[in-house]
Write a protein that binds this ligand. Structure first.
Ligand SMILES: [Zn+2]
Ligand SMILES: [Zn+2]
Length: 116
């Protein structure tokens, strides 16, 4: 055995590939996702704490979903509305869709001072 650290990870899913001999001409096939990886030992040992080191499309998709969800939950936006309590010209507003469609949506204004 040549070296400690001759661990080759799948570039697609990040799982450890067996059978690495450090020969760049050899192709290692991932057991998990079937991706073909070159048997090259990277200079830097990739750690789990660096998800950006794995340009996985699945991971990218997952983060996109997370971003969308976060934006969905944050429904408040700034509006030109003067607060009756502190006189600020900008207030956050949240639109709430009521049950019956003909009721339309109700807008709630919230100020940074806590006034609603
Ligand atoms: Zn893989
Ligand atoms: Zn206010």
């Amino acid at each position: 055995m040549s070296a400690i650290g001759s661990l080759v990870f799948c570039t697609d899913c990040g799982s450890l590939l067996d059978g690495s001999i450090g020969d760049p001409s050899k192709i290692l096939i991932c057991d998990i996702c079937g991706a073909k990886n070159k048997d090259t030992v990277p200079q830097t040992i990739v750690s789990e704490s660096k998800p950006s080191a794995f340009p996985s499309s699945l991971r990218a998709k997952r983060s996109a979903v997370q971003t969308l969800t976060a934006e969905d939950r944050k429904t408040e936006a700034l509006a030109q509305h003067t607060c009756a309590q502190c006189g600020r010209k900008e207030m956050y507003f949240t639109t709430v869709q009521l049950r019956s469609a003909d009721e339309g949506s109700t807008v709630f204004y919230t100020c940074v001072c806590g006034y609603k």
